[in-house]
Design a protein around this ligand. Structure first.
Ligand code: SAH
Length: 239
């Protein structure tokens, strides 16, 4: 069973949204397990102190290395990656999610306040992961994003096994546009919009070609960074 362990000051936040829908069903079905461990349990004093003022001064509080390390040591298992959610981490990606999903699980350390004492990152060899170039008030929502990405890749979680491979990012392209019934729809702007003719043509080859062209066009326009990387990868393949 794939195992997710969240170290957090707010264990009651879990499973939260991960208790619903696909991830929730898989959790109840025993495809994966989730433990939310309260960091405060590892506090060294009777007040349950988990943070302290920063050396060198400045605003905010810093999570104490002794307490956090004790919590990590209590849950860590050989072979299980230890991740710290952090805005200065490596950007999380579908590729890293797939790797994590193929392993035994992951320990996710959720920061709060200004962050964690640098020495615990070194001593515990934490892998820092960011979910984007913005600042959250804590690592919990970021940890849930990482878990959700991994869990939907576990065998048996997604309805259709094919669908994961055709998705955004799996091959460096964004997704094509989707349409469903009704075939003709008039929106609040009074304009009638019909679904692209090729999709109702029943011609599978043409549908596939249209979707590929759409993916390329959308990626080129919206994510020139992905598009450039893809072109580079192709050039290297041909070498
Ligand atoms: N002082 C820090 C922000 C701390 S935010 C700074 O300036 O970078 C508090 C906690 O929220 C962090 O320790 C981290 O665990 C989490 N967090 C905030 N933004 C995040 C992001 N983009 N990705 C992952 N975790 C994030």
């Amino acid at each position: 069973m794939w195992r997710a362990v969240a170290l957090t000051l707010f264990p009651e936040m879990f499973p939260g949204p991960l208790g619903e829908s696909l991830a929730g069903k898989a959790l109840k079905g025993g495809v994966w397990s989730l433990e939310a461990v309260d960091i405060r349990r590892f506090a060294k004093d009777r007040h349950g102190t988990v943070d302290d003022a920063p050396f060198g001064g400045g605003a905010g509080m810093v999570m104490k290395p002794d307490v956090l390390s004790a919590a990590i040591e209590a849950v860590a298992q050989p072979g299980m990656p230890k991740v710290l959610l952090s805005p200065r981490g490596a950007p999380f990606s579908q590729a890293r999610g797939r790797e994590l999903a193929q392993g035994p699980g992951v320990v996710l350390v959720c920061g709060r306040f200004e962050g964690v004492d640098e020495r615990v990152i070194e001593a515990e060899a934490l892998e820092e992961i960011s979910v984007g170039d913005f600042v959250l008030s804590g690592g919990e929502i970021a940890a849930m994003a990482v878990m959700d990405c991994c869990v939907r890749l576990l065998p048996g979680v997604m309805g259709e096994p094919l669908s994961a491979n055709e998705e955004s990012f799996e091959d460096g392209l964004l997704e094509y546009p989707h349409y469903t019934r009704p075939a003709s729809w008039t929106g609040p702007d009074g304009t009638e919009r019909r679904v692209p003719e090729v999709l109702v043509s029943g011609h599978h080859g043409k549908v596939a070609e249209w979707r590929r062209t759409q993916r390329e066009e959308i990626t080129r326009q919206r994510r020139p960074d992905l598009w450039a990387r893809r072109k580079l990868a192709k050039v290297n393949d041909e070498k």
